[in-house]
Write a protein that binds this ligand. Structure first.
Ligand code: FES
Ligand code: FES
Length: 220
């Protein structure tokens, strides 16, 4: 008999804990409809005028060989053809960052990139960040700091943060860096600027910044 059947309702903490785990892993949250876009079903391969091409990618460590319409974006390939729906379609115009994935460790907007451009590339999505049953440090930090509300932007935020931390580690400056010759400290301002391509409609920004700085080992 479940706790609900037995008259004991799940606690708020249990509900939030379950929702948090689903958000950082890139799954739809309880109570939300499946987020596959009904307006963009896979096109029929037999439609006249469609040019198909083979593409081979390594996605989250697994080799994938597909034949797709050459107009298919990387985001649609991930979501519609492979079933990795963690990467989200927010604007489909490169403006929100919900679709961010890692291409050989660098962050890209997968909605702006055609799948056939990535033949031979290695792609990491939110589903590929956790290793051996352990959350990626950024995923754990987002849970710890409540770095989300609805969770829709969260997979993109976390993938973008992973790429951003690589850029910072490599010494890349941002437009708010005072000293372009040495690696800047990862202040709130640096994180906000470097993550400015990722929109959060729930405005969880303070907690997102805290989570990223914590995962980066910065003193909060
Ligand atoms: S869905 Fe790609 S940037 Fe918004
Ligand atoms: S948590 Fe809702 S859009 Fe960011």
């Amino acid at each position: 008999m479940s706790e609900i059947d037995g008259g004991r309702r799940p606690t708020r903490r249990q509900v939030l804990g379950t929702s948090a785990a689903l958000a950082v892993l890139g799954y739809a949250r309880p109570g939300f409809p499946a987020d596959v876009n009904p307006l963009s079903p896979p096109m029929s391969a037999g439609d006249p005028g469609i040019v198909n091409a083979a593409v081979n990618l390594t996605i989250n460590g697994t080799a994938q060989s597909l034949t797709v319409d050459t107009r298919t974006t990387l985001l649609d390939l991930l979501r519609e053809h492979i079933g990795l729906t963690g990467s989200k379609k927010g604007c489909d115009h490169g403006q929100c960052g919900a679709c961010t994935v890692l291409l050989d460790g660098r962050r890209i907007n997968s909605c702006l990139s055609l799948a056939v451009m990535h033949d031979g590339d290695k792609i990491t999505t939110i589903e590929g960040l956790a290793k051996g049953g352990n959350l990626h440090p950024l995923q754990a930090a987002f849970v710890e700091h409540d770095g989300f509300q609805c969770g829709y932007c969260t997979p993109g935020q976390i993938c973008s943060a992973a790429g951003m931390l690589n850029e910072h580690k490599a010494g890349w400056p941002s437009v708010v860096s005072d000293d372009l010759a040495s690696r800047p400290q990862l202040t709130d301002g640096e994180v906000r600027e470097r993550m400015s391509g990722n929109i959060c409609r729930c405005s969880a920004y303070p907690n997102i910044v805290a989570a990223i700085r914590d995962a980066a080992g910065e003193t909060l």
